[in-house]
Design a protein around this ligand. Structure first.
Ligand SMILES: NC(=O)c1ccc[n+]([C@@H]2O[C@H](COP(=O)([O-])OP(=O)(O)OC[C@H]3O[C@@H](n4cnc5c(N)ncnc54)[C@H](OP(=O)(O)O)[C@@H]3O)[C@@H](O)[C@H]2O)c1
Length: 248
């Protein structure tokens, strides 16, 4: 069994986009990264790219909509290290750009299966390993689009956003953060939501993101990386971005 001095970090959906950037930046800070990959071909490429940049990482297959896949990923980490310090629930899907009344229940289920139910299932599976570590942190990659305060404020640009499935799924993630933070408050494990801000990735449409002035992944990764690399573990049940606190 290891001495538990090495910080072990699992990032879901880390074969590309923000997840890959978290892996790169946290790996360079000395954390041992497990890339939880949905697409193993991209996952292998991600591991090779990280190696080229001096980051040693492991690859585990992790489809957050499959309990079997989640359990196998956790079992692999358990067998190799026996604990986990940081879980970044990053895996996510964009949803259709449709009005609420035009959003099919199939589309809602698809987005919620990954963004909400997948995040909850991943968290429950990882909790025993997080509790075995000297400290445990769960970072939920939410979105300002999940903020009910901003979505209902006519002076916010998010008020004008028509889509329904994606923001609703991120509101549910924020609700989950609050609920778990209360359950975990007397343990070694914290849970917080973060917003990366609009970042040019493949999530919806990279070109459209770029045309709308989206930031690059290095900038988008900042808040999660800051939280994950903070030696303190005293934040619990918060929703923040790089510029500070966000309203629920
Ligand atoms: N980009 C933004 O502006 C922005 C803003 C706020 C929040 N976020 C959040 O940031 C997170 C990362 O998004 P991103 O922008 O980096 O998008 P991305 O490049 O599309 O990355 C999302 C990742 O999640 C993976 N994924 C999808 N379904 C999965 C599943 N069932 N199990 C495991 N992994 C799965 C994807 O795998 P495949 O590549 O195989 O599909 C991909 O690697 C998401 O939670 C997103 O909601 C993004």
């Amino acid at each position: 069994m290891s001495s538990q001095t090495q910080i072990i970090t699992l990032i879901t959906g880390a074969e590309r986009g923000l997840g890959f950037e978290y892996a790169k930046q946290l790996g360079k800070r000395g954390q041992h990264i497990f890339i939880g990959a949905y697409d193993m071909k991209l996952g292998k490429k991600a591991i090779a790219d990280l190696k080229d940049q001096g980051v040693d990482a492991d690859l585990v297959n992790c489809d957050v909509t499959s309990q079997e896949s989640i359990d196998l990923a956790i079992k692999t980490i358990d067998q190799k290290y026996g604990y986990l310090n940081i879980l970044i629930n990053n895996a996510g899907l964009g949803g259709p750009q449709s009005k609420p009344s035009e959003t099919t229940s199939a589309a809602l289920h698809k987005v919620f299966d990954t963004n909400f139910f997948g995040t909850v299932a991943m968290t429950n599976a990882a909790l025993p390993l997080l509790k075995k570590a000297p400290f445990g942190k769960i970072i939920n990659v939410a979105s300002d689009m999940g903020s009910l305060t901003l979505a209902s404020d006519p002076s916010s640009m998010l008020y004008k956003f028509d889509a329904f499935a994606y923001p609703a799924s991120k509101t549910a993630v924020n609700s989950m953060t609050i609920a778990y933070s209360k359950e975990l408050k007397d343990t070694n494990v914290t849970i917080n939501s973060i917003n990366p801000g609009m970042t040019a990735t493949d999530l919806i449409n990279k070109k459209a993101f770029q045309a709308n002035g989206a930031q690059g992944v290095e900038q988008g990764a900042k808040r999660a990386v800051e939280l994950a690399s903070d030696p303190k573990n005293d934040l619990n049940g918060t929703f923040t971005e790089e510029d500070g606190k966000l309203p629920w």
